[in-house]
Design a binder for this molecule. Sequence first.
Ligand code: ZN
Length: 203
Amino acid sequence: MRVSDDRYSRDRQRLDVALHFIRLEARTHTIRAWTGLSDDRIRKLYRSYLCDPRHARLTRHRGKSPQQTGFFLRTARARQEAALLASLYQLLGALPDTRSATPGAALPSLTRAELLYQSYEIYQGLIPSPLISFEHAVFLLNTLLRADELVLGACRDCGAALIVDRWSLRSPRCALCLADPALENGPPAMAGLAPEGEPRAAP
Ligand SMILES: [Zn+2]
């Protein structure tokens, strides 16, 4: 009976991930890629989810998912929030803390999907009106896992987490260090993160 128990709990996990993704307004093909559920099953889940009056305001997005990595570097705010989200990916384990990741090796899995939405929910809790949608967050994680365009790096002066272009020859500096030449020896640690600073680990 063990095999069917495993299958049952895996199916539960799959549905649980799909419901979280629906609540975060993921697109159908994103849900399919991360859960392996059929489009038909996802549609039924959507329908039953939307029947609950508490979820009536949910928007269902269609069309293509984000594909431009430039989004995460475009503005100071985008860089800051992307760095925060990527740090959460690393803290929770959605993004392995290793430079030796083989490009293309990390594929969507249910466990990673759970760590992904958990990271995103923490990010939503830290940033009052988040700039990065869940679809962009999925795209950011995929991009960082591939590590062929963007990587999670650190400010060369203060060590703050930064999203950096993998092929850039300059060593990166955060906005605070760039803005203040007096901070040549480095401002307080993590100054480049969100105004609230990095989330504290439980004691
Ligand atoms: Zn810095």
